[in-house]
Design a protein around this ligand. Structure first.
Ligand SMILES: [Zn+2]
Ligand SMILES: [Zn+2]
Length: 264
């Protein structure tokens, strides 16, 4: 991808994400994971490389497994792509379990195998070794896509943060979550950019802290009759900061796009 085109695209992504409530990098990362899953269903189910990655990860993390299920149901009347992936995974689980059982039966049926003087292998240790094949040896591919995209956008956000125009947009947003605030700092190329980011973020967190205090004050029966203001949603904003923005799956939007996607 041409560098300036990539820069413009990333700038537009961040600017648009700053206009919706929550951490912009959380939004961009979640969209990347959703795009990955959508592409997987429409184009990529039979790609050997993709299947290897999925098998290494034993499918998907809980969040993306259920997002993919929802997506499959939203797009197709008769789900096929995900069932094909799942068949392969279930068969692998059966293979490993059979291997484990055979090993244990062999150990218990022939206690002296290996010779009188050879030290016998610990069957429990061997079981754990075989059972460890059921654990992921790679990341959830959708999480990986989310992390890679988040990282690129954190890096670019730091290139813009000292620019007046960008900081203006940033100051009107809910700012970054703690995780992405940290990843932006890690991606900084000079200390001045980190100071710009901290200043912008502190202004947002300062407001939030005031709103939280106001919310808590109004919980007191003496002030509970006072009209409610923006402070009533402050604790939701604080969850987004501390734990990240909740993934927003939009089945209706997916359904709308259904018409544009050719069925296999
Ligand atoms: Zn975030
Ligand atoms: Zn995942």
């Amino acid at each position: 991808m041409d560098n300036s085109y990539q820069r413009d695209l990333i700038y537009a992504n961040i600017r648009d994400a700053l206009k919706v409530p929550g951490c912009p990098i959380c939004h961009i990362g979640a969209s990347a994971a959703t795009r990955y899953l959508r592409f997987l269903l429409h184009e990529n189910v039979n790609s050997v490389t993709t299947r290897i990655k999925i098998h290494k990860a034993w499918g998907f993390c809980n969040e993306h497994a259920w997002e993919l299920k929802q997506m499959e149901e939203d797009f197709y009347k008769d789900p096929l792509g995900y069932p094909i992936i799942l068949e392969g995974l279930i068969n692998s689980a059966i293979r490993v379990s059979n291997e484990l059982k055979e090993q244990l039966l062999k150990d218990t049926s022939s206690p002296n195998e290996g010779g009188l003087f050879r030290k016998k292998k610990d069957p429990l240790k061997q079981s754990k070794e075989i059972a460890s094949k059921l654990k992921p040896s790679g990341p959830c591919p959708a999480c990986k896509s989310r992390e890679d995209t988040s990282n690129t956008h954190s890096l670019f956000l730091m290139k813009y943060i000292s620019k007046e125009e960008f900081r203006e947009i940033f100051s009107k947003s809910e700012g970054l979550c703690l995780k992405h605030f940290t990843s932006c700092i890690e991606n900084a190329e000079n200390p001045e950019d980190i100071i710009s980011l901290i200043d912008s973020q502190l202004a947002i967190w300062g407001n939030l802290s005031g709103e939280l205090a106001e919310h808590i004050r109004k919980m007191d029966y003496r002030f509970s009759k006072e009209p409610k203001g923006p402070e009533q949603d402050a604790w939701i904003k604080a969850i987004k900061v501390i734990s990240g923005t909740q993934k927003d799956i939009k089945p209706k939007r997916l359904k709308k796009q259904k018409e544009d996607v050719p069925k296999n």
